[in-house]
Design a protein around this ligand. Structure first.
Ligand SMILES: [Zn+2]
Ligand SMILES: [Zn+2]
Length: 502
């Protein structure tokens, strides 16, 4: 009795701590504004702002689907953006001055092409959602609207013939917008932000990848290692800039996924599509947003689509510039400021940035030698090779941080939160670092073979025509040559009778 009572108390404390962490996460950096001078306050007492009589009744189209959103009793529609009150079957995504849409095309845009987002309003709506929708299992008006757009996009993608494009290689240039090569002071950066993004950028990567690569795998095994981010520690979204359609991770358990319902509302599952579904022409751009709290914005420009004869399907990192910003470091605008402070700031400002960098799990440089322009293609290629050799990230096993009154042992954590039987073990149990992650972080990883749709050759990253190692059946190769090339490394893991704990 005594032991079960104390176990119960421990569980209660752990649960409370976990929710405390989640609460802190929700309050942290809502950096949808990249300008450094702008900030947003959370209004906890929104009050009633609008007249319930202005609600439009839900109505049904002749084809059977609802044309207008339905509000639950108790939601008077205050703070519901006007865009969601229109006939969803007639909705046309809004475009910025570049002719591109983000966030499903639901927002207006500033002169610089950035979407207008009222974070106070988004927070107030989330409170309404919690009270009148989530607690009753009802779909929010915003989600009703976006899910109609998702169904429409899904139908369009099903009709799209990408068979040929999936056999062709794409040359892609990745850049971080709003972070100029030459750092600008705070005032100058705000003007730069307002006037629009300009090249050259501080951070870029150029790489070749098959149009047939699975979008989830592109994020997990290619973008994260070549940019320098950690794998599977935050949520993320690809945006088709032609119509603002969003694609993200299925069953994602990363804490920042909670921001989804405030701004993006919902997304299609990236793992059901390939790169060719997102971009079909040279010159097109895709947006990749990483960490839905910090909103690290990356642009992927399709510089070239090679002919089928020129394409071999292998992943190749061609060049890169600039170090990856620190995980939990606050988004593009914050990093632009940090870079400026590293060069021109006061001694205290420099120390603060270096301290932040030294705590980031993805920055492995002695604090005194940090150079924002630093890039090593050898180090990036090593990260890429390691990722290709590994199994795909389990999105429902994303890194979870636990905050305790004192750091518990990994054994206690496994007792409280055991990994799924058989297929998974904890890869990392580490004292978490970074500004928002404190306490203990763990990730659950798969020891099963990647599904064919998400698989890549463990050596070259080809996505098509793969065969599994005949001994262990767990690793994919494009052919016997690459299996042979990898044997010295793979033999240590092949035929391993039990999942190994690393
Ligand atoms: Zn290969
Ligand atoms: Zn094997």
């Amino acid at each position: 009795m005594g032991s079960s009572l104390s176990a119960c108390l421990v569980l209660t404390a752990l649960t409370a701590s976990f929710f405390l962490f989640k609460h802190l996460e929700s309050q942290k950096s809502e950096q949808f504004f990249l300008s450094r001078s702008q900030s947003s306050q959370l209004d906890l007492y929104p009050g009633n702002h609008s007249d319930p009589s202005n609600q439009k009744p839900s109505s049904t189209s002749s084809r059977g689907h609802r044309r207008f959103v339905k509000l639950e009793p108790g939601d008077d529609g205050s703070d519901l953006d006007a865009v969601f009150r229109q006939d969803m079957t007639k909705f046309i995504p809004a475009k910025n001055h570049l002719g591109e849409s983000v966030l499903w095309g639901l927002r207006k845009y500033k002169r610089n092409g950035y979407p207008v987002i009222d974070i106070d309003q988004a927070f107030r709506r989330r409170m309404v959602h919690q009270t009148h929708y989530y607690n009753h299992g009802a779909e929010t008006p915003e989600c009703q609207f976006v899910r109609y757009l998702m169904a429409k996009k899904k139908a369009q993608l099903e009709k799209l013939n990408v068979n040929n494009l999936q056999k062709r290689d794409y040359i892609i240039k990745l850049t971080f917008p709003w972070i100029p090569l030459n750092p600008l002071s705070s005032d100058a950066h705000d003007r730069y932000f307002e006037n629009g993004d300009i090249e050259p950028h501080l951070i870029s990567r150029k790489f070749k990848v098959s149009g047939g690569i699975n979008l989830d795998t592109l994020q997990d095994k290619i973008l994260q290692p070549i940019v320098g981010w950690e794998r599977n520690s935050h949520a993320w979204i690809f945006t088709d800039l032609k119509d603002g359609a969003c694609f993200g991770p299925k069953d994602c358990s990363a804490p920042d996924i909670m921001h989804l319902t405030m701004v993006y509302y919902d997304f299609l599952y990236a793992e059901e599509y390939t790169l060719a579904h997102l971009a079909q022409k040279e010159g097109e751009r895709i947006q990749y947003t990483y960490d839905l709290g910090a909103n690290w914005c990356h642009n992927l420009k399709i510089e070239k689509i090679l002919s089928e004869q020129e394409s071999d399907g292998a992943v190749v990192l061609l060049e890169g510039h600039g170090m990856c910003p620190p995980e939990n470091g606050g988004g593009n605008g914050r990093w632009a400021e940090d870079v400026y402070n590293l060069r021109h700031g006061t001694r205290q400002e420099k120390t603060e940035v270096r301290h932040k960098l030294s705590r980031a799990p993805n920055v492995d440089l002695p604090p005194g030698t940090i150079d924002p322009k630093y890039f090593s293609i050898d180090e990036a290629n090593k990260r890429l090779r390691d990722a290709l050799r590994s199994h795909s990230s389990l999105r429902d096993g994303a890194r979870t941080s636990y905050v305790f009154p004192g750091v518990p042992s990994p054994e206690l954590l496994r007792l409280i939160n055991p990994p799924r039987r058989g297929a998974t073990v904890n890869r990392t149990i580490e004292a978490a670092s970074g500004s928002s992650a404190v306490g203990l972080t763990e990730e659950v990883v798969s020891h099963r073979r990647d599904k064919n749709a998400k698989a890549l050759c463990a050596v070259c990253g080809k996505a098509q025509g793969l065969k599994a190692c005949t001994k262990c059946r767990k690793v994919w190769y494009c052919g016997s040559q690459h299996q042979l090339d990898d044997w010295q490394e793979h033999r240590r893991h092949c035929q391993c009778p039990k999942p190994r704990v690393h």
